[in-house]
Design a protein around this ligand. Structure first.
Ligand code: C2R
Length: 182
């Protein structure tokens, strides 16, 4: 049985609505992943076990999301040499800037590749790009994905030119435009 190549870790199950997007990106490219709740603050032993065992378990990339005093991605990065992608999860009081700063400001020597606040989908894509380094088929699939993105932009532009203007509503008023580019 094939083993998961990407580990998605989150500080709490309250992060799941955000972190599930990382899984969607991986599924889009047929990458197997596993999901884990572990907290550097609430259960440091579990985080240490997970991070130390990740490489041996066959994982190649770890995506770690947390909110607030978001030390989870950095602590995991300190315990493994696998690439760690951090997802700052938005918080009710500080909007996720707290999470962003906590994750992105790593000391020299222990990097965490940080995506934008709540951008777990991009974290999934970045993981796919890392995995594609030794995988031509995945590289080609990524190229196709980029072509789809470009086609969506062209489609939006065509619609804007067709419907935009005085009687056509404002750009972006079409519900199609609210769909995320995937
Ligand atoms: P609860 O909803 O469980 O109270 O968690 C979680 O990632 C979550 O966004 C609130 C927030 O606390 C975060 N948390 C961390 C860590 N553990 C949990 N930032 C950690 O170890 O970094």
């Amino acid at each position: 049985m094939a083993l998961p190549e990407v580990g998605i870790v989150m500080g709490s199950d309250s992060d799941l609505p955000v972190m599930a997007e990382a899984g969607r990106a991986l599924e889009r490219f047929g990458i197997l992943y596993e999901m884990t709740v572990a907290s550097a603050h609430r259960h440091p032993d579990k985080v240490a076990r997970y991070a130390r065992g990740a490489s041996g378990a066959g994982l190649k990339v770890i995506i770690a999301g947390a909110g607030g005093a978001a030390h989870l991605p950095g602590v995991i990065a300190s315990l493994t040499t696998l690439p760690v992608i951090g997802v700052p999860v938005a918080t009710p009081h500080l909007g996720g800037l707290d999470s962003l700063y906590a994750i992105v400001q790593m000391p020299r020597g222990v990097p965490v590749a940080t995506v934008a606040i709540n951008s777990a989908y991009n974290a999934g894509l970045l993981a796919v790009q890392i995995l594609s380094l030794g995988n031509k088929a995945l590289q080609e699939e990524l190229s196709r994905y980029r072509q789809e993105l470009a086609a969506r932009v062209e489609e939006q532009d065509r619609r804007l030119r067709r419907d935009g203007g005085e009687d056509g509503g404002s750009p972006g008023s079409n519900p199609e435009d609210k769909k995320p580019l995937r």
